[in-house]
Design a protein. Sequence first.
Length: 95
Amino acid sequence: MVKFFIAGLISMIFVLVASFVMKSEAVFLYGMQILGFGSIVLGGIFSGLMSDNIYRRTAVETEKESDSRINRAFKLAMFGLPSIVVLIIYYFSQT
C-alpha cells in the first residue's frame, strides 16, 4: 500500500514541476484533480461498485475474490490521496 502512496506523491511532484515550468496554475489544478479524483473513480469502477449488477457479482464471490477487489480499490485510493490532500490545502489557503 505504501508503494502506491509514494507513487502518488511522485506523480504529484511531476504535475507540480510541469505547472512551474509552464507557469500555469490551471495545469496544477487540473493535474491534481485528474490524479486524485480519477484514481478514486477508477478504483470504484475496478472494484465493481459502479456496475449495475453489484449484487449478482458479490453474492457468489469467494472471500479471496472480495479481498482482491477491495485491495485494488484501496490501492488506487492510496494513489490519489496525496493529490486530494494537496487540493484541500490549496482550496482553504485561497479563501
